[in-house]
Design a protein around this ligand. Structure first.
Ligand SMILES: [Cu+2]
Length: 114
């Protein structure tokens, strides 16, 4: 019985110092630099804006957008990208997140979510 306990203790000790413990330390350190990078790659394209006017027949929208692509916060008109589905009932005064792109010289909303 005493000998078995000693073996059990030795097995526990070797488990504590097994290579898997040190291997997890670099993994934790590795995850941290990548988490902010993942959000940073998604952030530049997504801009907060407020709808000022919307003209669905002409596929135009006027937005007050936050600072974006060297522009200070401002109100300006955009084209709605072909095929872009506008949330039903979207109206002036609503806050949205948009992706803004210059398409052939036309400032265009290519993504819009509430
Ligand atoms: Cu602008």
């Amino acid at each position: 019985m005493i000998l078995r306990s000693l073996f059990a203790g030795a097995a526990l000790a070797s488990a504590v110092f097994s290579p898997s413990a040190p291997a997890q330390m670099p993994m934790n350190g590795h995850d941290h630099p990548h988490a902010p990078a993942a959000t940073a790659t998604a952030a530049p394209d997504s801009v907060n804006a407020e709808v000022r006017a919307i003209d669905l027949p002409r596929r135009r929208i006027t937005l007050r957008h936050e600072a974006h692509a060297g522009m200070p916060p401002m109100t300006m008109s955009f084209a709605l990208a072909a095929g872009l589905a506008v949330p039903p009932g979207l109206k002036a005064g609503e806050r949205v997140q948009v992706t803004l792109q210059d398409i052939d010289g036309t400032q265009t909303v290519t993504r819009l979510t509430r």
